[in-house]
Design a protein around this ligand. Structure first.
Ligand code: TRP
Ligand code: ZN
Length: 864
């Protein structure tokens, strides 16, 4: 018996080192024997030598971590100790035949698994997480995505405790055993990489439905949730059907198995996982009812469900050759789920929110020590590369490609991609080649978006020549150096633009300019008066725009641009200018907001976005040195004066919308009304005089409607007032038996702007219902405080930094992936003033001296 130890190796993996596998595994037959102390995994592998591999050695090296090897047989014969070799993370067999059957028996300990990778137990339920490299914690295997196999899985367990046993594919057999045990056998007819393997065992409520596909097949839809929560899975299963319909309509993709299952799990590192036919979800993205979920929760559920469903084609049927190609599936699938949400909820608001998200998460990443390209060329720990760059920037790159090619050509490229590569593990280059073939457009330069990190800045200058009746736009692009990439070549940037006249009428309704050179001039003819350019409509490229608009011009765009995103952008730009000027004069802002409140009557949802002041992080992004306290004070000051000046207007709107939204319903129109209503309320609650309003809404909505409860409570909690403590107690009493609502209770306190919040957070860590092993709790309390509550996390004393370092030390021993996620804000130390820089670095240096996971090691070494 040999115990392989935890992964400590810190080797760097390079894309340039990619080699085709020496061996393939075509078939996998797994038997899981689940016991309370351990699980025995018997794995029968059909192994085949790869003719195309250039490795002359007939050596098979399998991955394995934290496994106890019980036995190993080659073609039915036990291997003697000298016939194989076990290292920390590998099992090597030399002198392998070209074709072989390998039987490997290992023991694993799911009950002790706190890393939530491989097979683990969450709340009496066994479940797996194999992406990216979790399968090697289940059994020895070629755990890389270019090894595609057909899986058969038998699960044996106690029938009373684990009546439901699930794996990928179709249920093919089942039976009973002695001592109250039972077994089932699942067979997945589709070849897949090991990261898509899944197993679940437990007892659940089951919500079922059916979907009739475009070709008339009936799909059995099943969502398994914790006992007692079945009433909260109805929205999720509707969303599955919406997603299936959407993918048929927009991409011609039909679901392939006869059954589609989702299991919701309380302990889950990420949002959800697209395992073939058996998605595993964080409960957060399944469970919802009006009294515990907000409109945002509902919208997020639909988008994550769509995301995982869409992976069935973009990720599963066509998968990644290696993890450097991660954005091939993630960027593409995010792009698809964003488009789905735009169609389902609101084209303009979803676009605005996705751009906000990109700017708040990806832009800082691109500007910091962890910057990497959408197709990275190296990594230490792949878990660290599930980033905003791979996901969100990857999605932006595809949106640009669609803009360059046009809708129908892009669709033909997608069709070709699916047809050509179905059942294969491919690369980003393979994908781009399809797009090149259908369009005839040379995409060599465009591919720099995949290989060069950093956010380009595009400076635009406009010039009107009255005599010639022409207008020229000069575009100049630059991109700052990023780690290991000092020089950048020009990107191919699609600039979707329009031109407006002085009255706001369109002179040029829309054009897509292809920027290719470092500097490029475009001339527009027959322009009879000075035009106003509307640039990068719909955020047509993930760049920072530099164009000097006057306040009047921004007002004109805010009021008249036909592109809703650019109206929003003009407002943001105007607000940013005001927030950056030495003395913030709020008169112009209130005049603009007043105009919008009185005239923007078509779209309440969009209006709510328009009335949003840029976040502290976005304001900070614009500064050479982030002035944490200055930004906070200015922003709060501006919002207070908007609230005071427009108090009557906000109140009027509030009352009118409140009367129209008494009964909670989740649909586009109702969401729009509630969003605007609660935007008005949030301004009203900046004044202590309106506390009664907040209290009334809070008490009335609690137990009925979380969308109204939360903003009211937030307004109350964010200032000293007589009702504050009581409100938190009332909320706690209501939510104490609901894990997801408790997360909101933790988060709301961690987000509080009052100065003693760090003490509160420390106290809450000792709360009996806080659990460092549960990622949702960590994200709610630690994540909210350290990543979102800037003024308090960055207190001058450095206490916040020390707190985070201590938490990360503890977390690293339980779940390195979560520890690394939490550490992120400390890695951006260079963006702050000298005192804070020193304090942040000090904590990183303390961590650097300790033994830690490769996850942390990579972040620390890259950032100090
Ligand atoms: N592929 C998953 C997605 O839909 C990502 C994911 C889920 C993941 N769980 C994970 C990645 C655990 C790494 C580790 O985006
Ligand atoms: Zn994904």
């Amino acid at each position: 018996m040999t115990l392989s130890t935890t992964k400590e190796s810190t080797t760097v993996n390079y894309l340039k080192d990619y080699r085709v596998p020496t061996y393939f595994i075509d078939e996998v037959d797994l038997v899981f024997d689940l016991h309370e102390t351990h699980t025995t995994v018997t794995s029968l592998l059909r192994v085949r030598h790869n003719q195309l591999s250039h490795d002359p050695e007939k050596t098979l090296t399998l991955n394995g971590e934290e496994l106890i090897l019980e036995s190993i047989k080659l073609n039915g014969k036990s291997l003697a100790a000298h016939q194989y070799q076990i290292d920390k993370n590998t099992l090597t067999i030399s002198a392998m035949p070209d074709h072989a059957e390998l039987e490997i028996v290992t023991q694993i300990f799911p009950q002790k698994n706190t890393a939530l990778m491989g097979l683990y137990v969450s709340n009496q339920t066994y479940c797996t997480q194999c992406e990216a490299e979790g399968f090697r914690r289940i059994t020895y295997f070629l755990d890389q995505p270019d090894v595609l196999a057909k899986y058969t899985t038998t699960i044996i367990a106690d029938e009373k405790k684990y009546p439901i046993l699930l794996s990928n594919g179709n249920l093919v057999d089942a039976g009973k055993l002695a001592q109250g045990r039972h077994w089932v056998k699942w067979k997945d007819p589709f070849k897949k990489p090991s990261y898509l393997f899944a197993l679940v065992a437990g007892d659940f409520d089951l919500v079922r439905d059916q979907f009739k596909t475009i070709s008339g097949r009936m799909i059995d839809l099943r969502i398994y949730v914790e006992k007692g929560t079945g009433d909260q899975a109805h929205y999720a299963i509707q969303a599955v059907k919406e997603a299936m319909r959407w993918d048929e309509k927009n991409y011609g993709r039909e679901y392939d198995l006869d059954i589609y299952m989702i299991v919701a799990i309380g302990d889950f590192t990420m949002g959800a996982m697209e395992n073939k036919g058996l998605n595993i979800f964080n409960t957060k993205y399944i469970l919802a009812k009006p009294e515990n979920a907000t409109d945002e929760d509902y919208m997020n559920i639909a988008s994550v469900i769509a995301h995982e469903y869409f992976h069935n084609w973009t990720g599963n049927r066509v998968t990644c050759r290696d993890w450097f190609q991660l954005s091939l599936k993630e960027g593409l699938t995010i792009f698809r789920d964003q488009s789905f949400s735009e169609d389902l909820f609101s084209k303009s608001v979803m676009r605005i929110r996705d751009v906000i998200d990109l700017r708040e998460t990806q832009f800082p990443e691109d500007a910091g020590p962890l910057a990497h390209s959408v197709q990275p060329d190296s990594y230490i720990e792949i878990n660290n590369f599930y980033t905003a760059t791979i996901y969100n920037k990857g999605a932006e790159v595809l949106r640009m490609l669609k803009t360059l090619l046009g809708e129908s050509v892009f669709r033909r490229g997608m069709d070709l991609y699916f047809a050509r590569f179905d059942g294969q593990a491919v690369t980003i280059d393979d994908y781009i080649e399809c797009m090149h073939e259908v369009s005839g457009i040379d995409l060599k330069q465009f591919k720099r978006w995949y290989t060069q990190a950093g956010t380009p800045t595009v400076t635009v200058v406009g010039e009107y020549h009255e005599a010639q009746q022409t207008y020229t736009l000069t575009f100049t692009q630059t991109c700052l150096a990023t780690p290991n990439q000092l020089e950048k070549l020009p990107f191919l940037i699609p600039a979707r633009i329009g031109l407006l006249d002085k009255e706001g009428h369109e002179i040029l309704s829309e054009a897509v300019l292809h920027l290719k050179e470092a500097s490029q001039v475009f001339t527009f003819k027959n322009i009879t008066s000075v035009p106003l350019p509307s640039l990068f409509r719909g955020f047509s490229a993930p760049i920072k725009l530099n164009y000097h608009y006057t306040d009047e011009e921004l007002f004109l765009l805010a009021k008249h641009d036909s592109d809703a995103f650019n109206r929003y952008e003009a407002i943001q730009c105007y607000l940013l200018n005001k927030l950056q000027s030495a003395k913030t004069d709020s008169a112009g802002v209130t005049a603009l907001f007043q105009y919008l409140l009185q005239h923007e009557t078509q779209d309440d949802f969009l209006l709510a976005e328009f009335l949003t002041v840029p976040s502290e992080s976005y304001i900070g992004e614009q500064m050479a040195v982030i002035d944490v306290d200055g930004i906070h004070a200015k922003r709060e000051g501006l919002m207070k004066s908007i609230a005071e000046t427009l108090q009557d207007l906000f109140l009027e709107k509030y009352k009118q919308l409140h009367a129209a939204t008494l009964q909670y319903e989740f649909n586009r129109e109702a969401v729009a009304k509630r969003q605007l209503k609660n935007k008005c309320l949030s301004y009203l609650l900046l004044s202590p005089n309106n506390m009664a309003l907040g209290k009334t809404q809070f008490l009335a909505a609690l137990g009925q409607n979380m969308t109204d409860t939360l903003p009211a409570l937030m307004g109350i909690v964010n200032q000293e007032n007589a009702f504050r403590e009581e409100a938190l107690v009332i909320f706690y009493d209501f939510c104490k038996d609901d894990a997801l609502m408790l997360d909101k209770w933790f988060a709301i306190q961690a987000a509080c702007k009052l100065p003693d919040t760090l003490q509160t957070v420390k106290k809450l860590m000792a709360h009996p219902q806080f659990d460092l092993k549960n990622p949702n709790k960590v994200y709610a309390l630690i994540g909210t405080f350290c990543h979102r509550n800037r003024v308090n996390f960055h207190v001058k004393s450095g206490e916040g930094y020390r707190f985070l370092r201590e938490v990360v030390e503890k977390l690293d021993k339980l779940n390195p992936q979560v520890a690394a996620r939490m550490l992120k804000p400390l890695t951006t130390w260079k963006r702050y003033d000298k005192e804070r820089q020193a304090l942040m670095r000090e904590q990183l240096t303390i961590l650097a001296k300790q033994k830690c996971s490769p996850d942390l090691y990579e972040l620390i070494t890259k950032s100090v």
